[in-house]
Each structure stands twice: as C-alpha cells, then as structure tokens.
Ligand binder design. Structure first.
Ligand code: GDD
Ligand code: MN
Length: 354
C-alpha cells in the first residue's frame, strides 16, 4: 500500500461519490485506500457503503457511534487504522482538491520530511474558497497568532491550520496525540519538532453542503492553543479569570439596575459557578471527561467547592461594603481575588497532593 487517504466526515453524503471518483483518478498506478471516519447523524454511512461497492480503489468506512474528540478525534482514529505509513488527511467536501495528493506523495517520497503540508499561504497557494471576508480575517489572524506562539516549531509551516496534509506515521507516537476539535495538524506539529515540507494549493469552495465550523469550534481552538503552549493549569486560570470578570460585570449590571447588592452577588455567583463548570467540562477537561465518571458527580464536587467558597465570600463582601464602606465592585474584586488564592492553595495542596 502506497498511501492511506483519511477523510473525516460529518453529514457529507452528496460529496462522497465525487470525492472517491476524483481521488482514484488522481493517483493512477498507485496502491491507495480511502478511509472515511464518519460521525454523521444522517444517511452518509449508507452512501459511503454504496460508493465503496462500485469504487476503483478500496474504500473503508469507520462509523463512530460515540464520537470523541470531534474532527481531530476522527482523524486520529483513521491514522490508527491506516494500512500505509503515509497518511493523507483531507476534508470530505472537496475544498481540498484530491489532485494535490499526488504532489504531497511525491514530496513525501523524497524522504526528508515527516509532514508534507498542503498550504494556502505559501507561494502559489490561495485561500479563495474561504466563505467570506470574516473567515479570511479569522484564518489569517489565528495563523499569525499560532505561529507567534510556536515560533520555532512552526518556523517552516506557513499554514498550521490547514486540514490537508500528509503525515509519515513513523515520525510520531499516535497515542500521544490529544485531539480536540478542528486543528489536528497543530496538535501534531506543536508536540515535537517535526520536519515540515510544503506544497501550495488553492482552497476551493465547498462542492455541496455547509461548513461545520462554528463559534464553539473557535473557543475550543483558543483553549487548545493555550493548553498546548502553557499547560492545563493556565487554561484553568484563564477560565477562572474570565469567570471573575463575568461576575463583576453581572454584579455591576444588576446593582446598576437597582437590584440589592447581596442579591446581585448571589445571582452573579450562581451564574458564574455554572458557567465555570461548563467551561471546564467542555474546554479545559474535555479530553478527560470520558474516563472520569458521571458528569453530575463532577458537577456536585465542583459545585460544593464553589458553593462553600461563595458562602464564605458573600459575608466577607457584606463586611467590606457595609462596615468598611468599599464600593460594591471594588469589594467584589477583592473577595474574588481572595477566593482565587484560596482556590489555588486548595488545588495545589489538596487536589494535586503528591
Ligand atoms: N468525523 C467527523 N466528526 N468529521 C467532521 C466533524 C466531526 O465532528 N466535524 C467536521 N467534520 C468534517 C467535515 O465533514 C469535513 O469533511 C471536514 O471535517 C471539514 O469540515 P468543514 O465543516 O468543511 O470545515 P471548514 O471548511 O470550515 O474548515 C476546514 O478548513 C479549515 C481551514 O480554513 C477544515 O479543514 C479545518 O480543519 C481547517 O482549519
Ligand atoms: Mn470545508
């Protein structure tokens, strides 16, 4: 087998036949397989099976009933299952022209690269297929931010957010990857120094259907970036910090509307406790949820800690406002700061006790 082409799909039925046809036609005389790793909720798996029965190359389907790690998790599953050490990862909507695969493979066969990136942002590439100016701006901006955060590892990569690349599987331990969301290439390149080569390509418009990118994918990306660069504790601190800002804004806003300050503080605390928990669940500890029991048990543990914290904090707030005559927003900030220190000590000495 010369090459495994891994295609993650989520409701891409109308694109499947065309993708298989063009991929097979683009690599004549090569022994390839196409692996669809599918998390669809519609009839895409049936379409893949029907296309596979007629295809000129072997087409395999891995349908995941309990998808984990989203797009990135699907790609890792495909890399694990691949028959070839050379794995091309390509979107299922034909925004990545299958004809480029031949160039990726030829470049990989030179033998001096672990990853061959199909790049929109190198000489000769274009990103015209991005749906609108906003996405173009987000793509450019996040590419710059990412390159700035990993100046050495991404030195030779102009497009770390591309979803189109060839990986020599022998160059990494697949099990060490922690796929979260869309940016699987970043996950691969940020872990250890890889030898990167690039091939330019023109990002095409979608063949059929709609993009699955979303605001929540964007949040996941920012969390992934923070954790890859600074570790989980910093993502934890950022979430806590944003929660504190939200608490201040809600408290300030409600008192501004005439709500009594203690009532406002209770409402703001409950909202931020719940928000903080959801952010930990779906962003910071998303990769650990599957192995750590029931969500409601985790919620109880987290809620109990935060509840005790709030129970201590609100009388303190009362002392600061009515006895020491601090402004309510200043007082809230002081109590949140104190709570943050307590929380840190609790986690360092109790939760993470050796
Ligand atoms: N298995 C699986 N599970 N596949 C998924 C999932 C999922 O949860 N979510 C999306 N996909 C598949 C889609 O079906 C498609 O084949 C591919 O992943 C890319 O999804 P799109 O919805 O087409 O994303 P996009 O075009 O907005 O983003 C693409 O371009 C970006 C660069 O601008 C992706 O390649 C991104 O990774 C890339 O950063
Ligand atoms: Mn797409």
């Amino acid at each position: 087998m010369d090459l495994s082409v891994i295609v993650p799909t989520f409701n891409e039925g109308p694109n499947v036949a065309e993708l298989v046809r063009r991929t097979a036609a683009a690599l004549p005389g090569r022994a390839i397989e196409i692996i669809f790793v599918d998390d669809s909720s519609d009839d895409t798996p049936d379409i893949i099976r029907a296309v596979a029965a007629q295809a000129l190359v072997p087409v395999r389907l891995i349908h995941r009933d309990h998808p984990q790690g989203g797009l990135g998790g699907a790609v890792v599953e495909g890399i694990r299952a691949a028959a070839s050490e050379f794995c091309v990862v390509m979107d299922g909507d034909l925004q990545h022209p299958p004809e480029v695969i031949a160039e990726l493979l030829a470049r990989a066969e030179v033998g001096d690269a672990d990853v061959v990136v199909a790049s929109r942002y190198t000489e000769g590439g274009t990103s015209d297929g991005l749906a609108n100016a906003v996405r173009t701006l987000v793509s450019r901006g996040s590419t710059l931010l990412t390159k700035a955060m990993f100046p050495r590892k991404l030195h030779n990569c102009s497009d770390p957010m591309t979803g189109f690349f060839l990986l020599d599987r022998r160059s990494l331990d697949v099990e060490s990857l922690r796929p979260r969301g869309f940016k699987i290439l970043l996950e691969i390149l940020a872990r250890k120094q890889m030898r990167v080569a690039e091939v330019p390509f023109s990002f095409a418009p979608r063949f059929a259907g709609e993009s699955k990118a979303s605001f929540s994918q964007g949040m996941r990306f920012l969390t992934q970036l923070t954790m890859l660069r600074f570790g989980r504790m910093s993502a934890f601190a950022v979430v806590g910090g944003l929660g504190a800002v939200a608490n201040l804004l809600i408290t300030g806003g409600l008192t501004g509307l005439g709500v009594q300050y203690l009532v406002a503080s209770v409402i703001a605390s409950v909202l931020t406790i719940v928000g903080n928990f959801l952010a930990l669940e779906y962003l910071v500890f998303a990769d650990m949820r599957a192995e750590s029991g029931l969500m409601r048990h985790r919620f109880l543990k987290s809620f109990t800690f935060n509840g005790i914290e709030a129970l201590v904090r609100i009388p303190l707030l009362w002392l600061l406002v009515s006895e020491a005559h601090f402004h309510v927003v200043i007082a809230t900030a002081l109590t949140l700061l104190a709570a943050f220190v307590v929380r840190f000590v609790y986690h360092a000495l109790v939760v993470y006790a050796p």
